[in-house]
Ligand binder design. Structure first.
Ligand SMILES: [Fe+2]
Length: 468
């Protein structure tokens, strides 16, 4: 049923785009002067080139850097009118969706259709509000920027609104979520749209520079922007490669110890959810996620795992070695210029305590970075809900009791609040229970924990070992 509604919706969008193409006034293109046709083709080329620069990037990164593609569209409607803008958006989107992002044909066609519809509706309103394509209607006095401003703003906003609404509706139908919630999600994730709005004044300037200085006026603005985009994409690619390598490294470290396998990935998911619940901004949430994924990267040497697997109490020397993993992790990440400072600091301080009795610096309360405070709690929750060589996983009520008991001394109040007042902890405990059941079922040995090492399940020793 859901699929049928989605298919019907996608076909409606194809139909609307066809209607928009039929109703577009193509005659305006015939009256374009020769030089204007060159400039128009130049804008299309810049749009395609801008999409082409994103080849090889992940879909998310490519989609989130679309503002320079939006710029030629805005300039085209100003200079040559809606019909020229439709051709431009159609060409760049077909290239972007099929060659760059390699979307399945149906989805690519949907995205091409919705930008055609957005451009066509925006174009009709542009003309209706008195917008004059600068290079088509050269008769009479040339319009000023002030005359063009309102139609231009309306065109941009209508295009973005149709774009967001079309995508939100497709997600609503495919996921069965309420439209308003999806709309909110689409808007909150649209950093790209904000950039799009910011490029609007540049597009206006491009149009008027062209009128005054010809094609050179366009190139003077757009070429540096293409260069900036190229540098940005190269940096993004480097960051992605570094992130992939670090994730692979974390997995490699954890596979040495069956007890901590998957720990960092789980902790990073929980940390991200808590950060979102605490209302941190998008960048801060992402940094918390990265730091949580990398928090134990300092345990790169096998020595750490060997010590941690020992069932006996640690000697002072062994404890010092274990504690050094935070500074070792910090050092490792500092050597990579692409890791943000927030992430490095959160890794360094993920074993501090609110009462100042943690390590490596014995920071007190608010001296501890928020990212580290979140990781401290998630690390402990994951450790308590995992089987260890010396004890079984704690039950959920016992975990809550421990969190409440150590609140303010070991754990930050706000983090615990965000965790216990949501379903996050219950869901996490359920996921851990399922993982344990699956691991037991997959194991040839029905009891993966060496029996002689195991203490009976139940209340843990007063001093919790939260090391993972
Ligand atoms: Fe750690």
């Amino acid at each position: 049923m859901k699929d049928r509604r989605l298919t019907a919706y996608m076909w409606s969008m194809y139909g609307l785009a066809t209607v928009a193409l039929v109703l577009t006034d193509w005659t305006s293109l015939a009256s374009l002067p020769g030089a204007a046709v060159t400039a128009w083709v130049g804008l299309i080329f810049i749009g395609v080139l801008s999409e082409g620069l994103a080849i090889g990037l992940s879909v998310g990164a490519a989609a989130s850097t679309s503002s320079i593609t939006f710029l030629p569209l805005l300039a085209a409607v100003q200079l040559f009118g809606p019909a020229a803008a439709v051709v431009l958006v159609c060409t760049t989107q077909v290239f972007g969706e099929i060659v760059v992002r390699r979307k399945p044909l149906g989805r690519a066609l949907f995205n091409v259709s919705q930008v055609i519809v957005g451009t066509a509706i925006g174009g009709v309103l542009f003309l209706w509000l008195g917008g004059v394509p600068l290079q088509v209607d050269a008769v009479g006095s040339a319009p000023t920027i002030t005359d063009q401003l309102i139609p231009f703003i309306v065109f941009g906003l209508v295009f973005l609104a149709v774009n967001h609404a079309a995508v939100a509706m497709a997600i609503t139908l495919s996921q069965g979520l309420p439209f308003r919630r999806v709309w909110g999600l689409v808007l909150s994730n649209s950093g790209a749209s904000l950039q799009d709005i910011l490029v609007a004044p540049i597009a206006l300037a491009v149009a008027f520079l062209y009128v005054s200085f010809g094609i050179g006026g366009i190139l003077v603005v757009l070429l540096p922007m293409l260069f900036i985009r190229y540098s940005y994409l190269t940096t993004s690619r480097l960051r992605e490669s570094n992130a992939d390598l670090l994730t692979a490294l974390v997995k490699a470290i954890e596979t040495r110890d069956p007890y901590t396998s998957g720990h960092s990935l789980r902790v990073s998911r929980l940390a991200q959810q808590i950060a979102e619940r605490m209302g941190l901004n998008r960048h801060a949430v992402e940094h918390v996620r990265q730091a949580a994924l990398l928090h134990d990267i300092g345990k790169i040497e096998a020595l750490y795992t060997e010590i941690l697997r020992k069932p006996d109490a640690l000697s002072p020397e062994e404890r010092a070695i274990i504690e050094s993993h935070v500074t070792r992790g910090e050092q490792l990440l500092r050597d990579l210029s692409s890791v943000p400072e927030d992430v490095v600091k959160a890794v360094r301080h993920h074993h501090e305590r609110e009462d100042g009795k943690g390590y490596p610096d014995g920071l007190l309360g608010d001296e501890i970075p928020t990212g580290a405070k979140i990781i401290i709690v998630c690390d402990a929750v994951d450790a308590m809900l995992s089987d260890r060589p010396y004890r079984r996983a704690l039950s959920l009520p016992l975990v809550i009791e421990q969190l409440e008991e150590h609140r303010g001394q070991q754990f930050d109040n706000r983090v615990i609040q965000a965790l216990v007042t949501s379903d996050l902890l219950t869901e996490y405990a359920e996921m851990m229970r399922t993982n344990r059941a699956r691991a037991t079922a997959e194991s040839l040995d029905p009891s993966p924990i060496p029996a002689p090492m195991m203490r009976p399940a139940g209340r843990p020793t007063r001093k919790l070992r939260f090391h993972s």
